[in-house]
Ligand binder design. Structure first.
Ligand code: HEM
Length: 415
């Protein structure tokens, strides 16, 4: 079979393709066009996430198509050491420990360390939007994509003047690795990635030279390192910053866009949320299940494995279809119904599962809660612009909205 992720149905209505894969036994299929195994059922996706001895992360961040020689030449100079998302044990165990020391991952710690940052950035953006009464604004560049970027930049202690460059590099990395750009574009994006990597190395070298007394992520990682390369090398600190700057914003940007799309496409829903903000956690969880910001994530087999009765050889790339697993009727009744009141809301796999479980899950949940709460309070009449049709950027992993035009209206319009 073929998935054809960059054209046709998968680009506009991925759920139709997921249902087809789920229905066809045994739910594990080889996609000829990608040269990858597609794993679709909840049980099997969870099993693969939980088994790092069989399903490794070494190629998780490697491009999904054959790159042109010029782009490969540039990428050959990208000497980023694998940490967390791209590493297997024992490097993963060591770098994950460092990440847990320097980055807040539990709800309580996230609120204490990052709550004030998130509230300040949300206030800045929402008050700017609220002033534009009557205008149509594209919520993607003006809210959903910029908020998580500003937050992660503050968390890492990166100067705000660098935000637009980082945004270009990070968007470029997502398109280069999981998209399908033309050769000339591949070269341009690969050069950008190299610049981004040098930027992160400089950031860490400067912070190290200045002394690491701050409470930003880089300073905390340097203190955890305490000058010992066996704990973490300086280049590994830079690699973690490099990954966090992308993982920390492109994902939550997707969550916010999917949430606003769901909330605003049914006008009563926005009012329903604004009236009782305590409904938000359940709503956000259902958005995570229904429209995951990352709906496919890669693994490579480290030995021959059998999953769902299908034998997969060693060294094969596998796409864990999180989006399909989240619509598996074996786990979710009426999976196509968006229902924030469904039981076992958190059974989705949108943050992965097992030893690589997303370190930023609590931050993403907090950010979405604060952002939607404040937006609904300040602009209760916010609504999607007439005639808007949802379209996504072509990508194998990140399901990102191209735009989300909305009318800024303080008054609630009768429906
Ligand atoms: C809605 C938002 C988010 C989604 C959907 C998401 C999704 C994921 C997924 C699917 C994984 C892979 C798990 C695996 O390989 O088993 C992951 C890992 C990771 N995420 Fe997130 N993520 C989100 C937000 C964040 C944020 C805000 C940060 C940090 C600021 C972050 C940092 C990471 C890191 C560092 C890893 C690698 C962990 C490891 O390999 O040990 N993510 N995330």
């Amino acid at each position: 079979m073929e998935l054809r992720p960059f054209t046709g149905t998968y680009l506009t209505d991925p759920a139709a393709v997921w249902h087809d894969l789920l229905r066809r036994d045994p739910g594990v299929h080889y996609a000829e066009d990608l040269g990858m195994w597609l794993i679709s059922r909840h049980e099997h996706v969870r099993e693969a996430f939980a088994d790092p001895e069989s399903f490794g992360n070494a190629l998780t961040l490697a491009p999904v198509y054959e790159m042109c020689p010029e782009a490969l030449e540039v990428l050959a100079r990208l000497d980023v050491p694998p940490t967390t998302a791209a590493a297997d044990a024992p490097v993963h165990t060591r770098t994950r420990r460092a990440l847990r020391a320097a980055f807040a991952a539990t709800a309580g710690r996230v609120e204490a360390w990052y709550g004030p940052i998130v509230r300040r950035r949300v206030e800045q953006l929402v008050s700017g939007l609220a002033r534009r009464r009557g205008e149509v604004v594209d919520l993607v560049p003006e809210f959903t994509a910029i908020l998580p970027l500003l937050v992660v930049v503050d968390i890492l202690g990166v100067p705000e003047r660098d935000v637009s460059r980082i945004r270009g590099w990070a968007d470029g990395q997502i398109a280069l690795v999981w998209g399908h750009p033309e050769p000339a574009e591949q070269v341009r994006l690969a050069r950008g990635l190299l610049e981004f990597w040098h930027y992160c190395q400089d950031l860490v070298a400067r912070r190290n030279a200045e002394g690491s007394g701050g409470d930003d992520f880089v300073s905390r990682a340097l203190r955890h390192r305490d000058g010992r390369d066996d704990v973490l090398t300086l280049t590994e600190v830079a690699s973690m910053a490099f990954n966090l700057l992308v993982a920390g914003h492109e994902t939550t940007a997707g969550l916010l866009a999917h949430a606003l799309d769901q909330a605003l496409s049914v006008p009563e829903r926005w009012r329903w949320l604004a009236a009782v903000p305590e409904r938000l956690p359940g709503f956000i969880e259902e958005v995570l299940r229904y429209g995951p910001a990352i709906d496919g994530w890669l693994r490579v087999t480290r030995r021959p494995v059998t999953i769902g009765g299908v034998a997969i050889p060693a060294g094969a790339r596998c796409l864990l279809l999180i989006g399909a697993a989240n619509r598996d009727p074996a786990v979710f009744t009426e999976p196509d119904r968006f229902d924030p009141a469904r039981p076992a809301l958190r059974d989705h796999l949108s943050f992965g599962h097992g030893p690589h479980f997303c370190i930023g899950a609590a931050l993403a949940r907090l950010e979405a809660d604060i952002a939607l709460r404040r937006l609904a309070e300040a602009i209760p009449g916010l609504r999607l612009a007439d005639g808007h049709v949802t379209a996504y950027k072509p990508n194998l992993a990140f399901r990102a909205h191209r735009m989300l035009p909305a009318v800024v209206d303080a008054d609630v319009r009768a429906v």
